[in-house]
Each structure stands twice: as structure tokens, then as C-alpha cells.
Design a binder for this molecule. Structure first.
Ligand code: 5GP
Ligand code: ZN
Length: 139
């Protein structure tokens, strides 16, 4: 199902052009219009879902199965051996387009993109408490 005013639903419907790389009945992959690097791909479900956890799991599983061949094609064409897979959910995470999408971003040495990984650590007992809450939330 398409959502009105969703830019990626409009791309799926062909109402907004894109540079299509792959499609099948439920998945579309196309070049990001604002690439972080040449070959930066977006991989989306054709049916609208805002966030990963909103997606039917069979469609999600099918989409994820398409990622390795797409990543291999990106690596081959961009002549590198590295990429980031990025999937944002929610505004605070950086999600600008509220239609699930996976970024495949090829990386090269000295590409200047950098990587913010501001690792911290748990104070004594806090990791155990968070683990307890997560396990309870899964029940
Ligand atoms: P987000 O920040 O939501 O994870 O990423 C959204 C991505 O969609 C951005 O990288 C942006 O460049 C891309 N994008 C937004 N609008 C369009 C569009 O109309 N066409 C294409 N090809 N990409 C788009
Ligand atoms: Zn949509």
C-alpha cells in the first residue's frame, strides 16, 4: 500500500524519477539522490512502512536477502571492499524519509566520511539492570 505524500511511495509508483538498480515485486533499489559516495544505494520495500519494526517479517526477510548481492555489486562497481549498512528509524536517529530504507554506502580509505562511535561504558550494575529490563520487555 502507498502512503499519500510519501516520496519513496511516489518513486515506487514512478511519479518521481529515480535511477533504478534492482526491483522485484516487493523490493526496489535505487541510487540515493544525495550520495555520501558514488554508488550509495537505497533499498526499500515497495509497500509503505514507516519503520523497520512496522514491516511484515516475510517482506523484511526478502528485502534483507537482496542486500548481499546488491552490496557485492556496489563493491565491484566502486572498486572497494568496504561499505556501511545504515538503517535509521525515527527522527532522532536521522530518519528523514518516513518509509523504511537501507543505505548501502561504499567506503574508501580517506573518503572523509568519518564515523562517530562515541563508546561509553556501564557503571557497576547498570548493564545487568538494562539487560533485565530488555529480557522482561521481550517476554
Ligand atoms: P534518511 O536520512 O531518512 O535515512 O535517508 C533518506 C535518504 O533519502 C537521504 O540520503 C536522501 O538523499 C534520500 N532521498 C530523499 N529524497 C530522495 C529522492 O527523491 N530520490 C532519491 N533517489 N533519494 C532521495
Ligand atoms: Zn512510502
Amino acid at each position: 500500500m502507498a502512503a499519500p505524500n510519501c516520496v519513496f511511495c511516489k518513486i515506487v509508483a514512478g511519479k518521481i524519477p529515480c535511477l533504478r538498480v534492482y526491483e522485484d515485486p516487493s523490493v526496489l533499489a535505487f541510487l540515493d539522490i544525495g550520495p555520501l559516495a558514488e554508488g550509495h544505494l537505497l533499498v526499500i520495500p515497495k509497500d509503505h512502512a514507516e519503520r523497520l519494526e512496522d514491516m511484515p517479517t516475510d517482506i523484511l526477510a526478502h528485502l534483507v536477502r537482496q542486500l548481499p548481492p546488491l552490496a557485492r555489486a556496489v563493491l565491484k562497481v566502486t572498486a572497494t571492499d568496504s561499505y556501511n549498512l545504515l538503517q535509521n528509524n525515527g527522527k532522532t536517529s536521522g530518519q528523514e524519509v518516513p518509509h523504511v530504507h537501507f543505505h548501502i554506502i561504499p567506503r574508501k580509505a580517506a573518503d572523509g566520511l568519518g564515523y562517530r562511535w562515541l563508546a561509553s561504558s556501564y557503571p557497576a550494575g547498570r548493564g545487568e539492570e538494562i539487560r533485565r529490563q530488555l529480557v522482561a520487555a521481550l517476554a
